[in-house]
Ligand binder design. Structure first.
Ligand code: PPS
Length: 267
């Protein structure tokens, strides 16, 4: 068992230097994804998984369940998910008996309400504002209410773009009660070996429920209005925001930069 002890201070916060984080990452690189998850579960007092029920997240849920660990799940419902994604959310959380926490855009419980407040086509007219409202703000609200010390994500280096240099363990800034706090993000499938093909093989081998859209040419699935199927060999995320230079949804971007731009009406 990997027995690296996180440096907790008296306040229960983890004071880790950049150098030590680098060392920790170099050690985590040597572990399997299951070992990384088990280490995190025994190291972080409040470990959560955040998932949009993508194929990587499905693999992670199965690994967590098979390791006999309980990790609550955060799902940010943008109100623009495919029905197939919402169906999967129910099927897979039932199968793994997951404790699901759903967060929606502030003040909106339905797509109709969102359109009434923010207008139609916001994602098209003001994509960064849309990202802040449907992903970054609800994400930070989830962190602020649930107080995770660490969240597990499904990002992988093989998804290319900015993710090619993804670390297994990262630290991001979040806002809690008006203060800046640190949150760890754990990416147990970050390593290059976790290709889309390997993810699919895992899902099939272990009979893990997955999004039926994967059988219809979709490889990466986000919001209805910005997700399309791809051709066989195309990059996994090439069907997201097709025809634009956008590659990320904002959940993993700098929260404070987004918030500042949102308040200043620069996005
Ligand atoms: N809506 C929502 N709710 C909770 N968590 C979410 C959400 N969107 C993205 N994620 C997290 O980011 C991982 C990568 O997602 P994607 O590849 O779809 O990209 S993107 O974040 O939408 O840009 C994704 O991996 P999966 O677990 O495979 O879904 C999650 O860890």
């Amino acid at each position: 068992m990997f027995d690296y002890k996180l440096p907790f201070n008296q306040n229960g916060n983890i004071d880790i230097s950049e150098k030590e984080l680098q060392y920790l990452n170099s050690q985590l690189e040597k572990l399997s994804s299951e070992q990384i998850i088990k280490w995190a579960a025994s190291s972080f007092p409040r470990l959560f998984q955040e998932t949009a029920f993508g194929p990587s997240g499905n693999v992670i849920m199965d690994m967590i369940y098979s390791s006999n660990i309980k990790v609550p799940v955060i799902f940010i419902d943008t109100l623009y998910h495919f029905d197939e994604t919402l169906d999967l959310a129910k099927i897979i959380t039932d199968k793994y008996n997951a404790d699901l926490h759903i967060y929606k855009p502030n003040g909106c419980s339905s797509r109709k309400e969102f359109v009434e407040i923010h207008g139609d086509n916001l994602w098209d007219l003001y994509p960064n504002k849309y990202d802040f409202l449907v992903k970054a703000e609800p994400g930070n609200r989830a962190y602020s209410e649930l107080r995770p010390k660490c969240v597990i994500t499904g990002r992988r280096r093989s998804q290319k773009g900015k993710r090619e240099s993804l670390k297994i363990l990262e630290i991001v800034n979040i806002e809690i009660d008006g203060r800046t706090e640190k949150l760890f993000k754990l990416n147990p499938l970050a390593k290059e070996e976790w290709t889309f093909q390997k993810i699919k093989s895992y899902l099939l081998a272990y009979q893990v429920p997955y999004n039926t859209l994967l059988n219809k040419g979709y490889k990466s699935i986000g919001d209805i209005h910005s997700t399309s199927p791809v051709n066989g060999d195309d990059d996994e995320r090439s069907g997201r925001w097709k025809g634009t230079d956008k590659t990320e949804c904002g959940l993993h971007s700098d929260y404070f930069l987004m918030k500042t731009a949102f308040i200043a009406r620069q996005i």
